[in-house]
Design a protein around this ligand. Structure first.
Ligand code: MN
Length: 250
């Protein structure tokens, strides 16, 4: 089995090494990852400047660094590995990717990019605290998850989050909650005003979701899809007249 590994934390992140070490028990591994951190870049691609693909062995793994986004890395990695890649793994991200994170996560974008290229994609994330994660406790769950998921080839795009000291695995759905969206002004050391924004959810954690599973101490596995069509709204819309309504009825 050929396993391409990417991330958004950059090629020198301890998370990508931990993932490569576990993945190497399942097949041939190659790492292709951004040369610097690209977290929260979402599914951005580089369209207006050339990309480089440079060999950068990491602990004897076949590895390449790219001056681009996570999605670029997967595109270049799939192109350069002439034989067909069986699965793209992304992570292990230092920080969870739950719920709304799916929209801006570079970790998930790498897995999504794999699916766009006709390959399977699995994203791995773990919470960070003040200290670096203890990968020795996380790696057994990465292995268990891969043992579960790799044979199930009909599952194409998966978002896996692994808590510290997990007590089991749960299938979940994506949590979608509204943000508080507060803008917090500060001053820099030069007295210039700048802004941060908060993304604190305003609703409770829904049961059966990725966020709920993590809060209960379980590994969360969410099957995702690329088709964002809102089927219910489309069905309603199809029953409506395509002529614009008059101003009176607005
Ligand atoms: Mn990241």
């Amino acid at each position: 089995m050929r396993i391409l590994i990417a991330n958004d934390d950059g090629i020198y992140s301890p998370g990508i090494l931990a993932l490569a070490e576990v993945a190497s028990e399942f097949g041939e591994v190659r790492i292709v990852a951004p040369d610097v951190e690209q977290s929260s870049m979402g599914h951005a691609i580089t369209a207006s400047r050339p990309l480089m693909y440079r060999p950068t062995p990491i602990n004897n793994f076949d590895a390449y660094r790219v001056n681009g986004t996570p999605a670029d890395c997967v595109a270049l990695g799939l192109f350069h590995w002439q034989e067909k890649v069986d699965v793209v793994l992304s992570g292990i991200n230092l920080g969870t990717n739950l719920g709304n994170s799916a929209w801006h996560s570079g970790t998930l974008a790498a897995a999504k990019q794999a699916v766009l290229f006709g390959c399977r994609g699995i994203a791995f994330s773990t919470p960070v605290t003040r200290d670096e994660p203890d990968f020795s406790t996380i790696k057994p769950f990465v292995k268990q998850t891969l043992e579960l998921l790799l044979p199930q080839k009909d599952l194409t795009l998966l978002n896996v989050n692994i808590p510290v000291n997990a007590q089991g695995i749960k299938w979940t759905r994506q949590s979608v909650r509204h943000y508080d969206g507060k803008v917090v002004p500060f001053n820099d050391p030069m007295g210039r005003e700048h802004f941060w924004f908060t993304v604190i959810p305003v609703e409770e954690t829904e049961e059966d979701t990725d966020r709920y599973a993590l809060a209960q101490g379980y590994v969360s596995i969410t099957p995702l899809r690329l088709d964002l069509t809102n089927e219910e709204e489309l069905a309603r819309a199809l029953n409506r007249d395509l002529q614009p309504q008059s101003n009176k009825t607005l």
